[in-house]
Design a binder for this molecule. Structure first.
Ligand SMILES: [Zn+2]
Ligand SMILES: [Zn+2]
Length: 370
């Protein structure tokens, strides 16, 4: 048993409370990771607010990075002292997993949102009252705490010379945007790409489009500061959609429409714009998550006669063991400067970090745990 400090969400929409908890010993296939830092992602807020159902009380956090502290008897993938990034969880034995489509695992929702291990057990308890279990294993990690107990599957080894406290967001938000561009849309050299939404995901997509060789890169948002940052990260054009019709503007800049578009705002009206702004044979990826059950519309003939494609994308279609180290290398070569999205907070400032993120003041908060 290990005493840890973690941020606990106890009521829907309520604040995170810093509490002392007791954490189990690792199972044979688990790894205890001393968390160095954890990014904060929109999905943490969505879970806290119960728009996606998770059981309460729970430790959230799903962009953790840290150092392997202890390993279970059967763990082969990492050793004590290794630097790691934690990512989402998949089962490894369903049909999509066997096909290599890990982000579409049949058990994705259960494994990432049930607040427990695959077998339904939890590993965290209130200190001094071990009769009160605290839900954990959010995205297989629950990393808003000083230690996390994680299955070896979603522990990804990274080089020791990379800045570990920066790397956690590669496990979710950053790989979502970058992977959408590189793995899912397969943005090609010389092509045009439009990112609808300039948050952490949209801006990661802009950086990845540049790394992939797109020569026209358009960022669409309503916040001037984000548009300015997009230019710094590799956008060739920006559109403030509060002032300008983005469909017309994208068509004008690209001479007919974008080859690729990505919708990350989660708004059906913006998705419609992203589809309408495509070129003939263009592809629009959907990564923005509206409330469950939300529907959107498009012009059926407009899509059919132009051969457009609309695809859903989870976690950037990332195979994390391959893709996260690739992103680290791009960062180290200066070709993927995602540190420009980041602001650091202490664990005690976690509610401030959430507020700054929701207000759009901070694009990617990272909570330092040590
Ligand atoms: Zn699976
Ligand atoms: Zn996330």
């Amino acid at each position: 048993m290990k005493t840890i400090k973690a941020a606990v969400a106890r009521q829907p929409g309520g604040p995170f409370r810093i509490e002392e908890l007791i954490q189990d010993e690792p199972h044979f296939d688990e790894v205890r990771v001393r968390i160095v830092a954890t990014g904060m992602c929109h999905t943490d807020m969505v879970a806290r607010d119960q728009l996606y159902k998770v059981p309460l009380p729970i430790v959230l956090g799903h962009e953790g990075s840290g150092i392997v502290e202890q390993i279970g008897s059967n763990v082969k993938k990492v050793a004590v002292g290794d630097h790691v990034v934690l990512t989402y969880m998949w089962c490894g034995h369903c049909k999509p997993c066997l096909n290599g489509d890990l982000t579409y695992c049949e058990h994705f929702y259960a494994l990432n949102f049930n607040g427990a291990r695959e077998d339904g057990s939890t590993s965290t308890f209130t200190a001094g009252n071990t009769a009160e279990p605290i839900h954990d294993h959010f995205f297989g990690q629950s990393s808003f705490g000083t230690f996390a107990l994680v299955h070896e599957r979603n522990v990804i080894k990274v080089p020791n010379d990379a800045p570990l406290e920066l790397l956690g967001p590669l496990g979710c938000g950053i790989q979502t945007g970058a992977g959408a561009v590189i793995n899912a849309l397969k943005v090609s050299p010389g092509s045009s790409f439009a990112a609808f939404g300039g948050g952490a995901v949209g801006l990661s997509a802009v950086m990845a489009a540049r790394a992939a060789g797109a020569t026209t890169i358009i960022s669409v948002d309503v916040v001037p500061a984000r548009l300015a940052l997009a230019m710094e990260l590799g956008a060739t054009h920006t559109i403030n959609s509060r002032e300008t019709d983005p469909v017309e503007a994208v068509r004008q800049i690209t001479g007919g429409g974008a080859d690729f578009a990505l919708e990350s705002s989660g708004r059906p009206t913006v998705l419609r714009q992203a589809i309408d702004a495509l070129a003939i044979r263009g592809t629009c990826g959907i990564v923005g998550a509206p409330a469950l059950g939300t529907e959107a519309s498009f012009d059926v003939n407009g899509v059919m006669t132009t051969g457009k494609r609309i695809i859903g994308i989870i976690e950037g279609d990332s195979k994390p063991d391959l893709f996260i180290p690739a992103l680290v290398e791009l960062y180290q070569q200066g070709r993927f400067p995602f540190d420009k999205l980041v602001k650091f907070y202490s664990l005690d400032q976690i509610n401030q970090a959430a507020e700054d993120s929701e207000k759009g003041i901070t694009i990617k908060p990272i909570i330092r745990l040590q």
